[in-house]
Design a protein around this ligand. Structure first.
Ligand code: ZN
Length: 246
């Protein structure tokens, strides 16, 4: 059978079928952020001029505090997709993120590839993280971004059962491996300008942490965030994802 997930087919099918849903199609459907084959997710609405800065793989005691200082200095609110394992070891930092008006999201407990994780473990990764974040910050968690953007239908089904809206993105570059903030900034600015011209809001991914270890150096990503804020603060509105609530 060419496509085994009939229940999840929606408008993404035409695209996926056009690409040929064999092995390559599976990779497309399970990872490409624009693919809707495996269920709908929030990317960005038709609200040109709105930018959502989102930060994945934190909290990171080495860099998240500096990022929070930058955001506060410019009165910009962002969305943080936190790893439950890191968050549980950094409760004060998680509370600071929430107290400064940023939105907390669930990025799983330990950053597995959920397109290859058994359903019972997916549920454990997501539920444990939401519970921990809620206990620490005192507010329910409503947004979830799958690690690597990797998913299959059961991932989004479990997320929705846990009252989590799945979130992907429409502007990302390899900030985790790029040493020059200027390059990260230029690549993202190009995407922001193109999406703004196309009358879309922009859901920007940067990384304030690294999922392999607490304390990963994220100076280029944090500098890029600062530069993007300086570049767009006069012309665009920075929003958190609940402004686009699905
Ligand atoms: Zn991640």
């Amino acid at each position: 059978m060419l496509f085994p997930f009939a229940a999840a087919i929606d408008s993404g099918l035409a695209v996926a079928a056009g690409l040929g849903l064999a092995a390559g199609g599976f990779a497309y459907a399970s990872r490409w952020p624009a693919s809707r084959v495996f269920g709908r997710a929030l990317t960005a609405p038709a609200r040109p001029g709105e930018l959502a800065l989102t930060f994945d793989d934190g909290p990171n005691p080495a860099w998240t505090p500096k990022l929070l200082d930058i955001l506060a200095a410019h009165s910009v609110q962002a969305t943080f997709f936190l790893l439950g394992g890191f968050a549980s070891s950094q409760p004060d930092l998680v509370r600071r993120i929430a107290a400064e008006g940023h939105l907390l999201g669930n990025h799983s407990w330990s950053h597995p590839d959920l397109s290859r994780t058994p359903a019972h473990r997916i549920r454990e990764e997501l539920a444990r993280t939401s519970d921990a974040l809620q206990q620490i910050a005192g507010a329910p968690i409503r947004y979830f971004r799958p690690p690597y953007g990797a998913r299959r239908p059961v991932v989004f089904r479990i997320a929705r059962e846990l009252q989590l809206t799945p979130v992907l993105w429409n502007a990302m570059t390899t900030d985790w491996s790029e040493p020059f903030a200027e390059k990260i900034t230029a690549r993202l600015a190009h995407k922001i300008d193109r999406l703004t011209q196309a009358r879309r809001a922009v859901n920007i991914v940067l990384h304030d942490g690294g999922h392999r270890a607490l304390g990963t150096n994220r100076e280029p990503s944090i500098q890029a965030a600062q530069r993007l804020i300086a570049r767009y603060n006069q012309t665009h509105a920075f929003v958190t994802l609940n402004a686009w609530s699905a």
